[in-house]
Design a protein around this ligand. Structure first.
Ligand code: MCA
Ligand code: AMP
Length: 505
């Protein structure tokens, strides 16, 4: 009777009084205290009728209780389905319905809007607020602090994480216990995580980076985390002297570099800075090293695959590259047209295979078939090349995707909203360079003849439909969209035409 993911990440720490979470007020939560909260939550979930394999949708602020809910799901075999707190009610409706979630945990402020949605779908609702209050923890209070762990195998689902789709319909990536476990073990070893490490945790915990990469690696090693509610430059600078490691998206690093308080002295206690989720400019990495003496270790991953490649801990961390395939990961560069492997140095699509690669998209066999080959290789949609020394360079994307501050945004979702607005004949949404977020969203509109759209009204059309971070930062009008001979919109032409439209504002 085992539950590999629970045993390796959580169960092995039972009874340990070592600190696991340091909170912003300076208090700490021990491993044992954390596991007791998780066990109480496990009782609440199972007593309310949730079974192994059922989905638990969770849209709550970052808190120790929210992380304990993840542990409770692993312990009970319930599939954890975390959701970005920025998603609107319309977006939530889709995720709850598509996943057929048995229950949703949301914050008290969203309860009024979400409970009618869930009622219609037969989904129970409980609340959990940032301070740990709400109906969920009220129910947990009287429960036993130990829970008999439910047996699971490595092939069982542990989490369902939605990634946006190129057609506008988000896809649920099915991640097994084995996917998460293999990656946590590999990363903890590759990055030399140990029980003395203190990770400065300022990422959200509803995505792979903050939830699996940062938290699972710390749990695997038995280290501690300074668990900040969100990225806040002042708090990061305040806590850095207590920490040994930081994981962040490139925006974290460029914001730190912009602050004169961020000095070599401030980072003296740090052993490792890791970046991912979006490209880190080589110049930013060089500037970081000049300022601090640390070379950021850049790695590359995806929701569907966890982490695939990493620069080495020892050896050259090559700026502008994402390093080598991790142990156990096979990676090849292929011709997008034929799928044939290309030779070293040639640019093609990146394909990966390994124990980290997901099981497929939830209830979307045709999409799974299109991206996950029968020989186990997953077509990432990223374009890259391998240099002479074996480092992977990501040179672009073969998928229509914008990454803003580490959040993925699929243009199709935005184009659907734009196209439905009065006065808009058609639209194209592109990513343009942005100093803080790396890329940001630009909407290019073609007006209906004689009926130009009111741009303020067009922007208002996004309010209830899409999370704020997906809204275009700017809208521009053009007479027509550039198209190729096949009639396809040439977004590269638009990206070139409007590349300075945000920075020169
Ligand atoms: C916030 N806003 C954004 C973003 N974040 N707009 C565009 N892109 C964003 N990333 C908007 C808000 O809606 C708000 O709009 C305004 O910016 C300020 O909001 P605030 O909350 O203060 O934002 P912030 O603190 O400045 O946040 C920026 C951030 C945050 C720290 C970069 O977005 C962040 O933590 N990003 C990390 C995302 C992440 O974890 N990605 C990993 C995905 P207004 O003021 O107009 O209302 S996992 C992944 O990609 C793979 C697996 C991997 O390899 O890791
Ligand atoms: P997500 O769908 O949120 O999991 O985002 C995965 C995508 O983020 C990948 O397919 C890449 O396009 C991008 N990504 C992640 N890490 C890096 C990196 N270090 N450099 C460039 N792109 C990255």
């Amino acid at each position: 009777m085992t539950n590999p993911l629970y045993d390796q990440l959580f169960g092995k720490h039972a009874g340990s009084s070592r600190p696991f979470l340091w909170l912003k007020d300076g208090s700490t939560i021990s491993y044992d205290g954390f596991l007791q909260t998780a066990a109480r939550l496990a009782h609440v979930l199972t007593r309310s009728g949730l079974q192994p394999g059922d989905r638990l949708a969770v849209q709550v602020a970052k808190s120790p209780e929210a992380l304990a809910l993840y542990a409770a799901c692993v312990q009970t075999g319930i599939v954890f389905l975390p959701l970005n707190t920025a998603y609107t009610t319309d977006e939530l409706r889709y995720f709850v319905k598509d996943s057929a979630a048995a229950a949703l945990i949301c914050d008290a402020n969203s309860y009024q809007a979400l409970s009618p949605v869930c009622e219609g779908l037969g989904t129970r609702v409980e609340t959990l607020d940032a301070d740990g209050s709400g109906t969920l923890m009220e129910k947990a209070r009287g429960q036993l602090r130990e829970f008999p762990t439910i047996s699971r195998s490595e092939d069982d689902l542990a989490a369902l994480l939605y990634t946006s789709g190129t057609t506008g319909r988000s896809k649920g990536a099915m991640l097994t216990q084995g996917n998460l476990l293999s990656n946590a073990m590999t990363l903890a070893e590759e990055w030399r995580f140990g029980a003395d490490d203190v990770l400065l945790h300022a990422l959200p915990i509803f995505h792979t980076h903050g939830l699996f990469v940062a938290s699972n690696v710390s749990l695997m090693a038995g280290g501690a985390m300074i668990f900040l509610p969100r990225f806040d430059l002042d708090r990061l600078i305040e806590w850095m002297p207590q920490a040994t490691t930081l994981m962040g998206v490139p925006t974290f690093y460029t914001r730190l570099l912009d602050d004169p308080r961020f000095t070599r002295g401030l980072t003296a206690h740090m052993r490792l800075f890791i970046s991912g989720s979006a490209p880190l400019l080589a110049e930013a990495n060089v500037a970081f090293e000049t300022r601090t003496g640390h070379r950021i270790l850049e790695r590359y991953g995806m929701t569907e695959t966890n982490m695939n490649t990493s620069n080495p801990y020892e050896g050259e961390r090559r700026a502008g590259t994402v390093g080598f395939p991790l142990p156990g990961v096979d990676l090849k560069i292929t011709d997008p047209a034929t799928g044939e492997a290309l030779s070293q140095g040639q640019i093609g699509q990146i394909e990966v295979r390994g124990p980290n690669v997901f099981k497929g998209y939830w209830r979307m066999p045709e999409k799974t078939g299109a991206e996950l080959r029968s020989n186990g290789y997953f077509i990432t949609g990223d374009l890259g090349k391998i240099d002479r020394e074996g480092y992977l360079h990501i040179v672009g994307r073969n998928k229509d995707l914008i990454i803003s501050g580490g959040y993925n945004i699929y243009p199709k979702e935005i184009e659907v909203v734009l196209d439905s607005q009065p006065g808009v004949l058609e639209s194209a949404v592109i990513g343009v360079p942005h100093a803080d977020f790396g890329e940001t969203v630009l909407g290019v509109l073609v007006p209906e003849p004689g009926n130009a759209p009111n741009l303020d009204q067009v922007m208002a059309g996004f309010q209830s439909r899409l999370a704020r971070f997906k809204h275009p930062r700017k809208l521009v009008l053009v007479d027509e969209l550039p198209r190729n001979a096949m009639g396809k919109v040439q977004k590269n032409v638009l990206r070139d035409q409007f590349k300075s439209v945000i920075s020169t504002d």
